[in-house]
Design a protein around this ligand. Structure first.
Ligand SMILES: [Zn+2]
Length: 341
């Protein structure tokens, strides 16, 4: 085609810039970084208890360390615990975390995968909100509190923490499967397109949730492989197969207690390889547990060090596309599927 008149060329250039801005890409310069998701960060507890800001360099997963390590989509966890009233604690954590998101210009709440991608492409941090244990919904009408938290942006829900609760058994006290209320909660979460998280749940509860998934992905946000290190919290091959078959993902937990003896980058890579061997590389994701009082493996002291893990897996033959999957695409696909049902 012949060259357009000069003013036409400028108009074309303007349109391209407008299109680039619209798509969230920088108009000029480097392409946006790939989405990188960490499925489990206990940073909200540190914000509340240590009164630190989210951009504090003292946090393992505050904005400076996340940025340095490439994480641009962070699942921040409301951890109700057991000691104080779990509903009071959950509301306090929610309020504190939302206030920090509102305060920082380079941080935004994401409530769907499209928004998370857009925010990350704008070189900002997308925050997703998750609850680690449904005891955080309180002892009263859990449907009302589930709606309350959903309205504030909660999009992921763990059934239990380390103690069995009225919904499900926990791996922490060898609890049983889902209770009647637990089955109702699973159905209610699915109705609201909330991602169900079986990390910490008992084996019976995990298998029941996965077997009944009906095409809706289930995740284990921060769990390692039992065959690599036999910790009660780690997932058996049967559980891994079941979770991966739903289209869900398993986020690699970096806590040395779950990684195993001589925990370091290579031992974490061993878990990634095992999960991939059982459920496929599309099932592997990241769920570091940073800021959750974990014992860190050698070479992975905080969120800034995550690229060391990608390098280790690259050396084991993972392709760029497979590493992009592990970084974020695997989870984002699963989340999109949850939202499409
Ligand atoms: Zn946990």
């Amino acid at each position: 085609m012949a060259s357009a008149p000069a003013h036409g060329r400028w108009r074309l250039l303007d349109s391209l810039c407008a299109l680039a801005l619209l798509l969230g890409a920088p108009a000029w310069g480097a392409p946006p970084a790939p989405p990188q998701v960490d499925l489990h960060l206990d940073t909200p507890t540190q914000l509340l208890l240590r009164k630190l800001p989210l951009d504090s360099p003292s946090l393992e997963a505050g904005t400076p360390k996340l940025r340095a390590g490439g994480t641009n989509i962070a699942v921040m966890v409301i951890w109700p615990g057991q000691k104080v009233d779990p509903l009071v604690r959950s509301r306090d954590l929610m309020r504190t975390t939302l206030a920090e998101i509102a305060r920082l210009p380079d941080v935004e709440l994401a409530t769907d995968p499209q928004a998370a991608r857009r925010i990350a492409a704008e070189d900002k941090l997308a925050v997703l909100l998750s609850m680690e244990g449904a005891q955080g919904l309180g002892e009263g009408d859990w449907r009302a509190t589930l709606d309350e938290f959903y309205g504030q942006g909660l999009r992921l829900l763990g059934l239990t923490w380390s103690h069995s609760n009225r919904f499900a058994g926990s791996s922490g006290d060898q609890g049983g499967g889902l209770t009647e209320e637990g089955r109702a909660l699973v159905a209610a979460a699915r109705q609201r397109q909330i991602v169900l998280d079986v990390s910490h749940a008992s084996r019976a509860a995990t298998l029941e949730v996965c077997r009944g998934a009906g095409g809706i992905p289930v995740i284990a946000s921060h769990s390692d492989a039992h065959a690599v290190h036999a910790a009660a919290r780690n997932l058996t091959d049967e559980e891994l197969r079941c979770i991966c078959a739903t289209g869900g993902v398993v986020g690699l937990n970096l806590h040395a207690t779950f990684v195993g003896p001589q925990a370091n980058v290579e031992r974490v890579a061993d878990h990634a390889v095992h999960i991939a061997n059982i459920g496929g590389k599309r099932c592997v994701a990241l769920g570091s547990d940073f800021d959750g009082y974990i014992q860190k493996p050698a070479g992975l002291p905080d969120a800034s060090a995550l690229p060391a893990l990608f390098t280790a897996l690259e050396r084991r033959g993972w392709t760029a596309a497979e590493l992009d999957g592990l970084r974020g695409e695997n989870f984002l696909s699963a989340w999109s599927l949850v939202q499409s049902k």
